[in-house]
Design a binder for this molecule. Structure first.
Ligand code: CP
Ligand code: NVA
Length: 316
């Protein structure tokens, strides 16, 4: 809806932001968090509207985007694909063109990443990927922000991802080469990350010191000396039919207290949630002293408010 001569920006993957922009985004998220806690109002998106297209369920993404828009003086519309014409076969490209006439930005949670790309291609307004089968950029930005808030810059740190080479793993792969941290992923056979994502990460400008990505089959090797340990569900949304097979394949990849002892003493544990307690992570770790999962969930709100301001206003 907003008319601007500047080219609109989208956030589909971490490749859409450079390191300097990530720094600006985090600085703004810190300011927004501080002012919210101080009871101050920030109505920078007064009169603006975000459409939130959901083809999969959500708790955190839906609520944090909706509350974020409200707190910034704007409004968010929840659009379930089951209840709009998209679910009856109206194309994504046609939906994009129509919705752009009403809204100031769109968020999409979808299956094939290509759906988010088509939406962005045909929408004249910014499009935010709120999770696709391949990437979850808002979550990874929040994870990076949360680490920085607790322990300082990620550059040079050792990050371990234990589990499925899925959307979270892919986004961490892009993050590591971007911010210069050293990521080791431990995934079972047949559950490695997509090699196309690895090569995309290698092609990113390494302005912040490179970083590295290593694959292993051993969770112990990945976690040894790590500053940050991450896992995610073994059965992502849309893979429910594969659950039994996956439970067998991921045997031995649970993050428990014994595995956490391989990491540095002050290592943090993160999980994007929802967690499947006693599957990919034990309650002892999730509820333990190294876990920052609740702050991580809260920070979705503050980081996304900064993302919304940046994309809708067109500057930081
Ligand atoms: N982490 C995350 O995206 O959670 P939801 O699926 O609840 O949105
Ligand atoms: N990998 C998970 C992340 C949930 C936020 C999924 O796609 O279901």
């Amino acid at each position: 809806m907003t008319s601007s001569s500047a080219k609109k920006r989208d956030l589909l993957t971490l490749a859409d932001l450079d390191v300097a922009e990530i720094d600006l985004l985090f600085a703004r998220a810190t300011e927004l968090k501080r002012s919210l806690k101080a009871g101050q109002t920030t109505r920078t998106l007064e009169g603006r509207t975000l459409g939130m297209l959901f083809e999969k369920p959500s708790t955190r993404t839906r609520v944090s985007f909706e509350v974020g828009m409200y707190q910034l003086g704007g409004h968010a519309l929840f659009l379930s694909s089951k209840e709009i014409q998209l679910g009856r076969g109206e194309t994504i490209s046609d939906s994009a063109r129509v919705l752009s006439r009403y809204l100031d930005a769109l968020m999409i949670r979808t299956f094939a990443h290509e759906n988010a790309e088509v939406l962005a291609q045909y929408a004249s307004i910014p499009v935010i990927n709120g999770l696709s089968d391949h990437f979850h950029p808002c979550q990874i930005l929040t994870d990076m922000f949360t680490y920085q808030e607790k322990r300082g810059p990620l550059k040079g740190r050792k990050v371990a991802f234990v589990g499925d080479g899925n959307n979270m793993a892919h986004s961490w792969i892009l993050a590591s080469t971007k911010v210069g941290c050293h990521l080791t992923l431990a995934c079972p056979v047949n559950y490695d990350p997509d090699p196309r994502v690895l090569s995309l990460a290698q092609r990113q400008p390494t302005v912040n010191g490179g970083g590295s990505v290593t694959l292993t089959r051993s969770p112990q090797e990945a976690v040894a000396g790590a500053d940050l340990v991450i896992t995610d569900t073994w059965t992502s949304m849309g893979q429910e039919q594969e659950r039994q097979r996956r439970l067998r394949a991921f045997h031995g990849f649970q993050v428990d207290q014994t595995l956490m002892r391989e990491a540095k003493k002050d290592a943090l544990f993160m999980h994007c949630l929802p967690a499947h307690r006693e599957e990919e992570v034990t309650s002892e770790v999730l509820d333990g002293e190294q876990s920052v999962v609740w702050d991580e969930a809260e920070n979705r709100l503050h980081v996304q408010k900064a993302i919304l301001e940046w994309l809708i206003r067109g500057h930081f």
